[in-house]
Design a protein around this ligand. Structure first.
Ligand code: HEM
Length: 434
């Protein structure tokens, strides 16, 4: 049944802004601000955001709600049907190159496919799929990635305790090796440049463009691509033939997206390790079943999606079932962390249940979309899952305990907001048998 569109009142718009938009903007949409993440987790800000969306749905029903904040109109999705319609209609009635996203990401990847609205999008998408071997389960250079990940995991395996800082440092080296090749292993400057520009992106158009920094980032990236024998995904870029269909691709800009997007992976992986430390039955299976371990990583991304919301803009005046129209350029907001925890539809909403990723329940439901869905679905998903699961497999040779105050166990509902930066783990000295 089609659901009608309604308009939120001013006070409802203000409430949504305070409970949903402000905490997410404060935490940093492009690069996380640790203090804000800590504060948000302390008050479980996402639980408040979910409650305010629940109230809208109770009052208006499951149709989308139009919210006007100052000069910007945004359509908040509240039903699975609308999520399917919008994500599935990306590239036609809805563009992934939403105004805010373009403002944030163009600080470091001005020609990235995700923020390409014009005719170049198709070629760029095709190029990304070719270089990332999407949708194949295994990338052609997976063996080289495996060697890099296993080597980098060594220090982590030796630590008696684990902090986010240690875990993230190791993952950063892995990301540089997977994206640019082994020679980039110690190139901390390239990560520093990326992160400075991401910090600018947190301010959207309010921060001035730092062209010199971006130029330095691009020159450094190109150097890895121009090596006689490039490694990592740079090797796949070199092997991807330029065809008329991929003209205007700007491979270095595409690589910036990979380099940036990869930084969400350690958050999901580290939280998955925390969950496994508190779920011994699932940990026992994850030790021997790689597909299950990947499902654990996906489940961590469902519980705490690192892409806080998926945004689209309408490309034309769009008529909604029920007769109302919204003008071209209206933002459309799929707040995934709301749908991922919708206890009305998901009996497992606030629990760790990796099985949903193996038995078809998650795949069948478009509202569960940590890597998005439809024509702009993440083509790096399988590389991320492989990288994180391979690293975790190295660590799961030992038993881990959560030593910080995080509530990640099966005894209570999982919090809607979590602070990965203060999660601490300790390894039992005895090795796990088997
Ligand atoms: C945990 C890590 C990651 C997560 C959670 C993630 C999630 C997502 C999401 C939600 C989107 C869609 C955004 C939208 O529709 O607005 C997306 C797009 C994309 N991702 Fe990822 N991603 C991750 C890592 C990666 C990596 C490592 C790569 C490349 C190696 C990658 C490549 C891409 C590309 C190229 C797009 C744009 C697709 C398009 O516009 O057609 N992602 N990702």
């Amino acid at each position: 049944m089609p659901y009608a569109l309604t308009q939120a009142s001013r006070s409802e718009a203000l409430r949504l802004c305070l409970l949903c938009t402000v905490p997410n903007l404060a935490q940093g949409p492009v690069i996380r601000r640790p203090l804000a993440v800590r504060l948000a987790a302390a008050v479980d800000s996402n639980a408040w955001a979910c409650r305010s969306l629940d109230r809208l749905r109770e009052k208006y029903g499951p149709g989308p709600v139009l919210v006007t904040l100052l000069w910007r109109k945004g359509l908040v999705l509240l039903s699975a049907e609308d999520v399917h319609r919008v994500l599935g209609g990306t590239g036609a009635a809805f563009t992934a190159a939403n105004k805010e996203k373009v403002a944030a990401l163009s600080h470091f990847e001005p020609n990235g496919v995700l923020i390409t609205a014009d005719g170049a999008r198709e070629g760029r998408r095709r190029f990304n799929e070719a270089a990332l071997d999407h949708p194949a389960a295994e990338h052609r250079f997976q063996d080289a990635f495996l060697a890099a990940i296993t080597e980098e995991a060594r220090p982590l395996r030796a630590y008696g305790d684990l902090t986010w800082k240690k875990f993230h440092e190791v993952y950063q080296r892995i990301v540089r090796r997977v994206v640019f090749g082994d020679t980039a292993r110690s190139d901390e400057r390239i990560t520093e440049l990326r992160d400075k520009l991401r910090a600018d992106g947190n301010w959207f158009m309010l921060h001035r463009r730092r062209h010199r920094l971006r130029e330095e980032l691009f020159v450094r990236s190109r150097r890895y691509l121009d090596l006689p024998e490039p490694g990592g995904l740079a090797r796949a870029v070199r092997a991807t033939p330029a065809t008329p269909a991929t003209a205007g691709t700007d491979p270095v800009a595409q690589m910036q997206h990979w380099f940036f997007a990869f930084d969400a992976a350690p958050i999901g992986a580290y939280l998955a390790l925390g969950l496994l430390a508190r779920h011994p039955r699932q940990a026992a299976r994850a030790r021997t079943d790689h597909a299950y371990l990947k499902a654990c990583v996906l489940e961590s991304q469902r519980l705490w999606p690192t892409s806080l919301a998926i945004l689209r803009d309408t490309t034309e005046e769009t008529r909604w079932p029920g007769g109302r129209t919204v003008p071209a350029g209206t933002a459309v907001i799929f707040y995934s962390s709301y749908f991922h925890r919708d206890a009305r539809h998901l009996p497992y909403a606030d629990r760790f249940e990796p099985e949903i990723w193996l038995d078809g329940r998650a795949d069948a439901d478009w509202t569960i979309a940590p890597f998005s869905r439809g024509p702009a679905e993440c083509p790096g998903r399988n590389i991320v899952l492989f990288t994180s699961a391979t690293l975790l497999a190295e660590l799961l040779g030992r038993d881990w305990r959560v030593t910080s105050s995080h509530r990640l166990g099966p005894d209570r509902l999982l919090p809607r907001t979590v602070d990965h930066t203060s999660l601490r783990l300790a390894a039992d000295s005895r090795p796990v048998s088997g």
